[in-house]
Design a protein around this ligand. Structure first.
Ligand code: ZN
Length: 350
């Protein structure tokens, strides 16, 4: 039984392909971050290797090894920084420290793909087939992507590749065209809220807020439920935005200097600001029931009234532009100066 919440269509299609013996050589799971892509790929790996009557059973040795990340035939490839954060146990220990010069930890390098190619050339050790999960496939270097293309063009027997991406448009079209693309949609707010209460023991109010903030990404909601620091950080970020909106140019430049020195945290902060700006814009447009920051509704209402929809839209575009610039390694302090000086000038009282 596939123990997956939501993604019914994807699960049905995968089950059908396994039951009819038409498993593809390569799948590409596309969907927003924390939407459940890794869960789907690991459950697929379980289903392909489980010996129970209704695979995956979740309890046999094979299913448990895959769940723990210790199955020798299931390989997990991701940018090093993601592996250290999210991957099942084995991946953390697997990085050969100091063996090779790694320039960027946020990319999948050609060596990762070459290692995989050597390994899939050998028959499975324990299971029926080898499964290679390539998480965040859009983060492959161009050399890595071209190397992978060779495997996709001549797929070895008993190997299934499961690529995941937040945006299939960032992959080489030649890679996408050789995969069976499985789009994964966001869950509904009600679905996330119900699961948080029924399976994770969340209080109703807490489940209501996290479901709204999650934007249909169950993985994010569960993480935020277990780690209070996430909501604390969000509160700090919202407070900083309120301060920036109230500040004059000199104070905004000081703030830009501070933010420029902590690029990675600043990127998380910009995503919080972006959600907040979208909410303000939605309220200004007369759609308050669509907002995600439901616990800040009164403050958003106040700002929306003072700033109006066009300025709200400008703010969204400015935030998106700053995120793009940071991704392209523009000087963070400079990017924040431009952003903060372009914020609406209206004082905000809350
Ligand atoms: Zn099993």
């Amino acid at each position: 039984m596939w123990d997956i919440i939501g993604h019914e269509r994807a699960v049905q299609a995968l089950q059908h392909s396994i039951n009819t013996g038409h498993v593809a050589h390569a799948y590409l799971f596309a969907g927003a971050p924390h939407i459940g892509k890794t869960t789907v790929t690991l459950t697929l790996a379980q289903a392909l290797n489980c010996a129970a009557a209704e695979p995956p059973c979740g309890t046999c040795a094979s299913c448990r090894k895959i769940q723990r990340g210790t199955h020798p035939d299931v390989q997990f490839i991701a940018p090093l920084q993601d592996r250290l954060q999210h991957a099942p146990g084995r991946a953390e220990a697997a990085e050969p420290v100091g063996r090779r010069k790694r320039i960027r930890q946020d990319l999948i390098a050609i060596d990762d793909i070459r290692d995989m190619q050597r390994s899939v050339a050998l028959a499975p050790l324990e299971g029926r087939c080898k499964v290679v999960v390539i998480a965040g496939a859009e983060r492959m270097t161009i050399e890595a992507a071209n190397a992978l293309l060779k495997t996709l063009e001549e797929p070895p027997d008993r190997v299934v590749l499961a690529l995941t991406t937040a945006d299939a448009g960032l992959l080489l079209p030649t890679i996408v065209s050789r995969c069976q693309v499985v789009p994964l949609a966001r869950l509904s707010r009600q679905q996330v809220e119900a699961v948080l209460q029924e399976r994770w023991g969340a209080e109703p109010a807490q489940a209501h807020l996290l479901a709204a903030l999650s934007g249909g990404r169950l993985g994010w909601a569960i993480t935020a439920l277990q780690d209070e620091a996430i909501l604390t950080e969000r509160a700090d970020h919202v407070q900083l935005l309120t301060r920036a909106l109230e500040a004059g140019p000199a104070e905004r430049l000081d703030l830009a200097k501070d933010l420029g020195q902590q690029r990675d945290q600043a990127i998380t902060m910009l995503h919080t600001w972006l959600a907040w700006a979208r909410d303000m814009w939605l309220i200004a447009l007369g759609c308050p029931d669509r907002i995600v920051n439901i616990d800040h509704a009164p403050a958003l209402q106040t700002v929306a009234q003072r700033v109006g929809a066009p300025a709200g839209q400008d703010l969204i575009l400015a935030l998106q532009d700053t995120l793009r610039q940071l991704d392209q390694n523009v000087n963070p302090r400079l990017a924040f100066e431009v952003l903060l000086l372009s914020l609406p000038q209206q004082p905000v009282m809350e």
